[in-house]
Design a protein around this ligand. Structure first.
Ligand SMILES: CCC/C=C/C(=O)SCCNC(=O)CCNC(=O)[C@H](O)C(C)(C)COP(=O)([O-])OP(=O)([O-])OC[C@H]1O[C@@H](n2cnc3c(N)ncnc32)[C@H](O)[C@@H]1OP(=O)([O-])[O-]
Ligand SMILES: NC(=O)C1=CN([C@@H]2O[C@H](COP(=O)(O)OP(=O)(O)OC[C@H]3O[C@@H](n4cnc5c(N)ncnc54)[C@H](OP(=O)(O)O)[C@@H]3O)[C@@H](O)[C@H]2O)C=CC1
Length: 300
């Protein structure tokens, strides 16, 4: 099996009913690629106006055009691009984006904190700034989007937030920074869900295992072979996940059917949380395209 095998690329159809999110407004950070894009497509298919934003605005514009082309004429939903580019490491970007959504769409019912990422680096070689960059992106960025959504809208009107984290139950070899940041997001979610429940705001996490995305394949390049050879056999399901499988978990947490669910961490990982990710030999990391960006002392 390869990661582009038909068995994990079946034609997608939402398992939720049409019109589920009619009249609602959603923000999906990083909604132009990979998992975020699948979430945006599904929410728009189900009727939501979905605002997508990330650092690369033109990538979001292309994605919005393509998703809107895919939507059936029956859907009241659509995808629109945020007024300006969004870097979740910048507090001002977040404040301005949410203010502009409220100015234009007059509400914000749903937030999916999907934007994030990391680089591969052994812990002993990780610089102070490298650690901070990943914390700022995944932990502080997610916090600031939650806080602004609450302060500018949800605190008064209610809402639902889903934070995308990362399968890190057994730690995250060579990605300690990201594993720690996502563990922080999950614990933050546990606190926010109780602090905000009386404002009718539910906050949950979806924790994906390894998910095949075109953007990821671009990112991992030649390393795909290594992932297939080393990581795939350790996944009880014996395949990677698809963005659509993450999206349907997110959609369920956002819908009325989950109205009593808050503070949950929903693992969507083919059982990977219950096995150990094999420690990838650092020599294999030399094949990774991002290896060249490692600080010199982290290279072989
Ligand atoms: C099993 C897999 C499952 C997971 C899959 C996914 O998540 S798929 C999703 C995948 N998608 C994504 O991950 C996309 C989003 N990811 C990103 O944007 C970046 O990875 C980021 C979040 C770190 C921002 O990075 P940036 O470059 O804008 O940050 P900056 O300019 O602020 O630099 C601050 C410090 O960071 C250091 N540093 C930077 N790169 C590397 C490196 N490769 N190596 C070592 N160090 C690195 C840099 O050297 C500097 O420290 P120094 O030298 O001054 O002491
Ligand atoms: N694919 C996988 O196996 C797994 C992925 N995840 C997580 O799921 C999420 C989506 O990943 P995936 O779709 O695979 O990968 P992508 O690289 O396609 O998605 C990351 C998205 O986040 C955006 N982004 C990154 N940094 C920032 C930032 N500072 N400010 C605003 N937007 C940002 C990127 O857009 P832009 O570059 O334009 O800013 C991009 O759209 C990420 O948080 C990822 O870590 C978790 C587990 C496994």
């Amino acid at each position: 099996m390869t990661s582009s095998d038909e068995s994990i690329r079946k034609p997608w159809k939402s398992c939720f009913r049409d019109g589920l999110f009619d009249g609602q407004v959603a923000l999906v950070t990083g909604g132009g690629t990979g998992i975020g894009r699948a979430i945006s497509l599904e929410l728009a298919t189900l009727g939501a106006i979905v605002v997508i934003a990330s650092r690369n605005r033109s990538k979001c514009e292309d994605a919005a055009k393509e998703i809107n082309r895919q939507l059936s004429g029956n859907s009241k939903g659509r995808v629109v691009v945020g007024k300006s580019s969004l870097n979740i490491r910048k507090e001002e970007d977040i404040e301005n984006l949410i203010a502009s959504i409220l100015e234009e769409h007059k509400r914000l019912d749903i937030v999916v904190n999907n934007a994030g990422g990391q680089f591969v680096c052994p812990a002993e070689d990780l610089s102070n700034r490298g650690f901070s960059a990943v914390m700022e992106t995944n932990l502080r960025g997610t916090f600031l989007v939650c806080r602004e959504s609450f302060n500018q809208w949800m605190g008064e009107h209610g809402g639902r937030i889903v934070n995308i984290t990362l399968g890190n139950r057994n730690g995250m070899p060579y990605m300690m920074h990201s594993g720690a940041a996502r563990a922080g997001v999950e614990n933050m979610t546990a606190t926010l869900c109780t602090e905000w429940i009386n404002s009718d705001v539910r906050v949950n996490c979806v924790r994906p295992g390894v998910v095949y995305t075109d953007s990821g394949a671009e990112n991992y390049g030649e390393a795909e072979d290594m992932l297939l050879e080393r990581v795939l056999p350790s996944i009880p399901a014996k395949r990677f996940g698809t963005p659509e499988e993450i999206s349907s978990a997110v959609t369920w947490l956002l819908c009325e059917g989950a109205s009593y669910v808050t503070g949950a961490i929903l693992c969507v990982d083919g059982g990977s949380s219950y096995t150990f990710l094999p420690l990838i030999d650092i020599e294999d990391a030399a094949h990774l395209p991002f290896y060249g960006k490692l600080p010199k002392k982290a290279r072989l």
